[in-house]
Design a protein around this ligand. Structure first.
Ligand code: HEC
Length: 271
């Protein structure tokens, strides 16, 4: 990422932001809240969760192994509650990893699959039927439903990852000199009909973090937190963020720790 500073980008940021926030100031009711209420517990993500459960036990790759021995942080094969305690430090890779990064690691190490193959298309395009990573993330997240977010901050690497996430969150870069904070630091902001959560604040961060992965009604697909990061980086005109990359894991850690204690409610339901 290259930072640009100076008067022109600042002016641009100010003018784009005042435009965004002028619209934002007109508080309207969330039209999707009504939809969510109507759907109740009937989140179409249920089918994606089932698909993920099948993929978890399906032998695949050159080693014809399933993911059942994958250690998501609570021991090999333990899925229940694992998502609520991610991202975390893993001894075997000596890295802090998030769910998507860890799933990819398990596909490579247990199944013998090629990382670059997986990274070629981790997320669905418009009109696609959903990818393996989306299904697996939905399945694992669902197994933490109702549990409090408890991303550990004990290991020095976990603390360093949070600190890096915070730095990235406030780091202004790209042609508009935006940071995540430009759009996500204030309360009660909107762009058009979309809420812009204040991800630096506990309540908003918890609400946002606990609802991903999420079924997007407008796209008919489950989207993961890694996809959300890619999509927001795109709005920020940054280079593409890869799933499982240090930047994504740091940003996710920053948000999960800020939202610590909030009950997991993923897969959520979004517009
Ligand atoms: C130009 C403004 C903008 C920037 C910059 C931006 N976002 Fe976003 N972000 C949005 C919008 C708009 C949405 C809501 C999208 C929607 O509902 O479709 C959103 C949604 C989100 C959500 C989901 C919130 C929820 O409640 O579901 C997260 C998490 C998030 N952004 C994180 C980030 C991070 C981290 C960065 C920096 C890498 C970032 N955003 C940069 C505009 C932005």
């Amino acid at each position: 990422m290259s930072a640009k500073s100076g008067f022109v980008p600042l002016l641009r940021t100010l003018s784009v932001c005042s435009l965004l926030f002028a619209v934002a100031a007109e508080a309207q009711d969330d039209p999707f809240a009504e939809y969510r209420e109507m759907m109740g517990d009937d989140n179409p993500a249920i089918f994606v969760i089932e698909e993920g459960a099948e993929l978890w036990t399906k032998p695949q790759g050159p080693k014809q192994a399933s993911l059942e021995q994958c250690d998501l942080g609570l021991g090999a094969g333990v899925v229940k509650g694992a998502y609520a305690q991610l991202p975390r430090y893993f001894d075997d890779t000596r890295q802090v990893m998030d769910l998507e990064g860890r799933l990819i690691h398990c596909m490579v190490s247990l199944q013998g699959r090629d990382r670059s193959d997986i990274l070629r298309k981790p997320y669905s395009g418009t009109g696609d039927m959903g990818t393996e990573l989306e299904a697996l993330a939905s399945y694992v997240a669902d197994q933490s439903m109702g549990m409090p977010i408890a991303t550990p901050q004990d290991h020095p690497a976990e603390k360093a990852t949070y600190a890096m996430g915070k730095e990235l969150f406030f780091y202004r870069a790209g042609p508009y000199d935006f940071s995540c904070a430009t759009c996500h630091r204030q309360d009660e902001k909107r762009i058009r009909l979309q809420n812009l959560p204040n991800l630096t604040a506990h309540a908003n961060a918890g609400e946002a973090y606990s609802s991903w992965p999420a079924y997007r009604i407008s796209q008919g697909l489950v989207r993961t937190m890694g996809w959300r990061m890619q999509n927001c980086a795109k709005q920020q005109r940054l280079p593409q963020l890869l799933p499982g990359s240090e930047a994504v894991i740091s940003l996710i850690t920053y948000m999960s720790v800020n939202g610590s204690g909030t009950e997991m409610a993923a897969p959520g339901l979004k517009r």
